[in-house]
Design a protein around this ligand. Structure first.
Ligand code: ADP
Length: 232
């Protein structure tokens, strides 16, 4: 199962990607996290990305595309992955399609979290306040001025990615203003709908009964997770 989570900064992509990754047993690939780790370790990548990230702007397409291409070649992505924070430009989306095609694989679905801007600003304020209260490190780009830049960049660069995937018939949109668990349930329902044929394709080379049931069981494990193929 190869998924992309799309949505503006603060929409909850990271939270949902983590929950889905756990349920589906596939890794969450967050370009933001990979870049933040690179910055913390002062690697060449981190040194190149740091200032751009602090300003809330985008790291160059070439850099991010090569980071993702290397990451999807690691063995833990054999059964799929959830991309979180990538692609963020149409160029990145095109490069991703090419990279996947070169490996003989493709995306199964795009999951978009829709959240309006006023709610996002409230959330980001809340996130910074909660982090300060708990003595956690506040992300340098989680302050109102930089957040506004991140939203502007999203509108200009990333919103068109939604159109790109809609035209491919891959886009599924969920209301990201609902509670975390309800959003997860709705995303799970989308996945359950596309999963049956996806899983059949992936396990078609494995003879013997029971494989589909095993996949369904994995998808429906955990409360609130609909069975693959159901309309819940
Ligand atoms: P959020 O989605 O909350 O804005 P992320 O953690 O996904 O934050 O990303 C943080 C920062 O990392 C971005 O503002 C940007 O500078 C950089 N970044 C992450 N992913 C990409 C990407 N795909 N392309 C370019 N820059 C990226």
């Amino acid at each position: 199962m190869r998924l992309v989570l799309l949505g503006p900064p603060g929409a909850g992509k990271g939270t949902q990607a983590m929950k889905l990754a756990t349920h589906l047993g596939i890794p969450q690939l967050s370009t933001g996290e990979i870049l933040r780790e690179a910055v913390a370790s002062r690697s060449t990548l981190g040194l190149r990305a740091k200032d751009v990230m602090d300003r809330g702007e985008l790291v160059s397409d070439d850099i991010v595309v090569s980071v993702v291409a290397n990451r999807i070649d690691q063995s833990d992505t054999a059964n799929g992955f959830i991309l979180d924070g990538f692609p963020r430009t149409v160029k990145q989306a095109e490069a991703l399609d090419q990279a996947l095609a070169a490996r003989g694989i493709k995306l199964d679905a795009i999951l978009e979290l829709e959240v309006d801007e006023a709610a996002l600003l409230d959330r980001i304020r809340g996130r910074a306040e909660a982090a300060a209260k708990n003595g956690e490190r506040i992300r340098k780009d989680d302050n109102p001025a930089v957040f506004k830049t991140r939203l502007d960049v999203y509108r200009a660069e990333t919103a068109p990615v939604t159109k790109y995937y809609r035209s491919q018939g891959l886009l599924n949109t969920v209301d990201g203003l609902q509670s975390i668990d309800v959003v997860t349930e709705e995303l799970a329902a989308v996945i359950a709908k596309i999963a049956p044929y996806h899983m059949r394709a992936e396990i078609s080379h494995v003879p013997g009964p029971g494989k589909q049931a095993a996949c369904n069981a994995r998808l429906s494990s955990g409360s609130g997770w609909p069975r693959a193929g159901s309309d819940q």
